[in-house]
Design a protein around this ligand. Structure first.
Ligand SMILES: [Zn+2]
Length: 270
């Protein structure tokens, strides 16, 4: 079994059809992350439609923070507080310096991330973090969160720096790898550095990579690329990364529907 650890399932033209196609490719579960109030509701709706396949990530994306009013953000944080107990993970949250340019804008984004991390701690949820043009700052937040709470953290699409990945390995931070790995030696050299027990697979679908619109079924192609890179077979990559996401989300990896009860009770296993 493969798991797509980061997918914007609600943004695909036909999410339920995508789940069927993904399952046919061996991708049996998808962490469906959200970005804003609308997608928080959409992701929870998808989870009700396909509870064995969809694991909701509820969070506010830093790009959305940067284009929203304080009143919209306050309402969204209240929504998150009401709904987070139903989530598998808090995300997609994080920092994005493409959309926050001034010191004040960056501080504001950072403050809202703090409030989301406080909610994750309150509800005992792991966090999935986005980072753009501020890799070290985001990584430092993930490490501090993990050290303070004992909860898990994932840096998604964090395949730009071998040095930062080594720091994640030391701190026990999960790093997810997407389709940019395929045929791209600089990314491959970073992925080589990720500790086996912290490696997750993702697609970030429907984001386009190499001219192809993302789809959760492409998790299989990412798994194959990891297998080629590390000289494992794809079954070994599937077993490894599924065990990892089970640890990240606090699933019982042996259950038919892993950790459905754990999803609501919270705290990930160590
Ligand atoms: Zn994303």
């Amino acid at each position: 079994m493969l798991v797509d650890s980061h997918c914007h399932l609600d943004q695909l033209p036909c999410p339920m059809g995508a789940l069927t196609a993904a399952a046919a490719a061996g991708v049996k579960r998808v962490v469906a992350v959200s970005e804003d109030p609308e997608s928080i509701h959409a992701v929870l709706h998808l989870q009700r439609q396909a509870p064995a396949q969809v694991y909701p990530g509820l969070g506010l994306h830093p790009a959305w923070i940067s284009r929203s009013t304080p009143a919209q953000i306050e309402a969204a944080l209240e929504l998150l507080d009401r709904k987070l107990s139903q989530a598998a993970v808090l995300g997609e949250a994080g920092l994005d310096h493409k959309w926050a340019v001034t010191v004040a804008e960056r501080q504001y984004q950072s403050d809202i991330l703090d409030q989301q991390l406080t909610l994750a701690e309150r509800y005992g949820k792991p966090v999935a973090l986005h980072s753009r043009r501020c890799l070290r700052q985001t990584m430092d937040r993930a490490i501090a969160f993990r050290e303070r709470t004992g909860l898990q953290a994932q840096l998604h699409w964090f395949t730009h720096s071998r040095k930062l990945v080594r720091r994640c390995n030391e701190a026990g931070i999960f790093v997810s790898v997407g389709p940019t790995l395929i045929g791209h030696p600089p990314t491959q050299s970073v992925v080589q550095e990720i500790a086996d027990d912290l490696l997750l697979l993702e697609t970030d679908a429907p984001v386009r990579v190499n001219g192809r619109t993302g789809h959760p079924a492409h998790t299989r192609d990412v798994a194959q690329a990891v297998a080629d890179l590390k000289a494992y077979n794809i079954d070994a990559v599937a077993a490894l990364t599924t065990g990892n996401i089970a640890r990240f989300l606090g699933w019982d990896a042996t259950a038919d529907v892993p950790g459905r009860s754990d999803v609501t009770t919270g705290r990930g296993v160590a």
